[in-house]
Design a protein around this ligand. Structure first.
Ligand code: A2P
Length: 333
């Protein structure tokens, strides 16, 4: 393929992740010469300004991919992905899907470019973008697993309302005015809700199950001991996570800091004497994963605690998907 000849579709271009994808694409200089933006029938004909040009949003239909695309980024939920991603793939388009529809399928790579970029080469037309909470967790975990071999992970998350889309943001804003929530089961304003996605029979939520299963798949550690508690907090954007890790091998804290700070995509922010540690307000608008509060878990033999923060709409969704497209171009796929 010649330089600058790629054609990219964005499905769900009018949504929170879709619009952020346009912003991230404007910041980058990808060799893409043609863009087409799709959404539901309800947005058909709407105008989107991208790279100083006005585009008309098209309704996604079964014939949308007939004209031929190299790549498509889907951010339109699982139902849309299940119906249209196979159609796109059948027309030779490689789909990067943000939903959970295909993540655990055997033939679908689940990719974080800093962690397992080579998996991209095993795609059969669909590549899955992991869950936002998983993406930011596995970047530092992979850096440490390479060196010390992880034996157990305990996640506790503090997730922003933007992860629940436009309605999530509205519930927080309206909650401050006493208006009851539409998206969440309880008011998110002044509350922490230990409830993200639906509850499963074992008492976990689907979000927690996603973190557990996706971590195992991405790190290629099917038997890894992982548990999670996922909590929605009244923060507009960027997820924060406490990650407790146990290793097979002993470690020095200074070595851990060095390993993390040398790993691609990580910003180390760990200077408690100056009250410096990752914050949602620091990570928002950036693509890096911020890591700090690094300290030994003194209750076990080789245990470590980390505080990990990233922009859930950028690194947790749009930017990760675009990084995958960049890799597809690099690999000439
Ligand atoms: P629309 O704006 O036309 O409803 P969010 O998660 O922020 O709510 O965004 C969801 C995105 O997915 C929107 O762009 C939305 O388009 C799009 N979408 C939802 N359902 C469909 C569908 N059936 N076909 C195409 N796009 C869809």
């Amino acid at each position: 393929m010649d330089n600058n000849q790629y054609k990219l579709a964005i499905v769900g271009a009018t949504g929170l992740v879709g619009r952020t994808a346009l912003k991230v694409l404007e910041e980058k200089n990808l060799p893409i010469s043609e863009y087409v933006f799709f959404a539901s029938s309800h947005s058909s004909g709407k105008e989107l300004v991208f790279q100083n040009k006005t585009y008309i949003v098209r309704e996604l239909t079964e014939s949308s991919f007939d004209e031929g695309f190299d790549f498509a980024i889907f951010s339109a939920g699982s139902d849309t992905a299940k119906k249209y991603a196979p159609i796109a793939a059948a027309h030779g388009c490689i789909v990067v899907d943000n939903s959970s529809a295909f993540r655990m399928e055997k033939n679908v790579p689940l990719v974080v470019p800093e962690v397992n970029p080579e998996e991209i080469k095993n795609n059969h037309g669909i590549i899955a973008n992991p869950n936002c909470s998983t993406i930011q967790a596995v970047v530092p975990l992979k850096a440490l697993d390479n060196k010390y071999h992880i034996t157990r992970v305990v996640y506790s998350t503090y997730q922003a309302v933007s992860g629940a889309g436009r309605l999530g943001l509205e519930d927080l804003e309206n909650g401050a005015k006493g208006i009851p929530p539409k998206k969440f089961a309880h008011p998110i304003y002044n509350n922490c809700l230990p409830h993200i996605d639906v509850f499963l029979e074992n008492g976990y939520t689907k979000e927690e199950e996603k973190m557990i299963n996706e971590t195992r798949k991405i790190l290629k550690r099917p038997g890894l001991k992982v548990t999670a508690t996922c909590v929605r907090v009244p923060v507009t954007n960027s997820h924060s996570e406490s990650i407790n890790v146990e290793f097979e091998k002993p470690f020095e804290l200074e070595e851990i800091r060095e390993t993390l700070s040398n790993y691609p995509g990580i910003v180390l922010l760990d200077n408690v004497s100056k009250n410096e540690y990752p914050l949602a307000t620091i990570a928002s608008g950036h693509d890096e994963v911020y890591v700090g509060r690094i300290r030994r878990d003194e209750s076990v033999e080789n245990g470590l605690n980390l505080w990990v923060v990233a922009d859930n709409i950028r690194k947790g969704a749009a930017s990760n998907a675009i990084q995958i497209v960049e890799k597809l171009i690099e690999y000439d796929m």
